[in-house]
Ligand binder design. Sequence first.
Ligand SMILES: *Cc1c(COP(=O)(O)O)cnc(C)c1O
Length: 359
Amino acid sequence: MPRPISATIDLSALRHNYLLAKSRAPGARALAVVKANAYGHGLMRAVAALAGTADGYALLEIEDAVRLREAGLREPILLLEGAFDRDDLGTALHYSLDLVVHETRQIDLLAAAADRARQCHVWLKINTGMNRLGFAPAAAGAALARTQALGCEVSLMTHFADADGAGGVSAQLATLAAALPNWRGPVSAANSAALLRFPAAHGQVVRPGIMLYGASPFPDLQTAAELGLRPVMTLKSRIIALQQLASGDRVGYGGQYQAAAPGVLGVVACGYADGYPRHAPSGTPVSVDGHRTRLIGRVSMDMVTVDLTDLPHVAPGAEVVLWGAGNPADEVATAAGTVAYELFCALAARVPVSECGLP
Ligand SMILES: *Cc1c(COP(=O)(O)O)cnc(C)c1O
């Protein structure tokens, strides 16, 4: 018998979440962001769930984009960091991949590409305040003129730094408008947070990522359930042992947790080598046999320990949901001082993954 841990990916939930994104940005096309192996959910699996539904896809690993084309996908595929070198650019043009162009060197590569006569669609990225990728507003006009002169179809793009927070998007939207005041073509700016909070940021193309996977982009403002999102990844395991604790007993490496009263703990077959965050403290929510309880003691490589004192019926073999349906990933992430994005992406290769929800 294999170790009892596994992850289940609910494909119908993923499709539901995509359609919810579409319904919240009704005038826009929505590129499903499937970078980082679809946020840890499995690229081909995610794309299969969205087949015939998604307007297009966005990712940044060119080998994954090629896999999608070779699997027969015909929708637009946007490379979010563009081409890294000449070979990449050749591959992108050959496979009709849309390219972000965020710096002068990428325009130079395009200018030098022998076969750019093939249709190229460039997303000129303007740095409106995130200060990660993109042309400075003052350089945007020249970059636009140069790309257009190459015969490429051009759209504009920017990325928000604080669409999920107090900063919002209005300053960055104003910077974008001021950088290219005569622009009337397509604009893409919104990630999940901006899609849900700021209709003014929708433009023609939105780029939802985290919401597709059923987590809230701003869990302190609105939970995923309140937004109507359904969990996609559920990480499950089982109780493999029980320990009776006397008052004063310590638990796990470092003896960090000390029982204040007699109690019972359960040992779960899941640890940081499975992708569970090592820094999750005592108190992090866990669901055991459908009941919410909490982590106690330090997370180790292959196991965590949970408080079963108030769940006397639980026996070895009981099902544990580390995150997902019945134990929101956002709550686990918040307790562990991180975000659901990181939990999903960190799911380890040793965890078997299965899928449910679609024929
Ligand atoms: C990852 C990413 C997104 C999606 O962001 P979410 O917060 O997951 O919705 C959108 N645009 C760009 C450029 C990205 O890198």
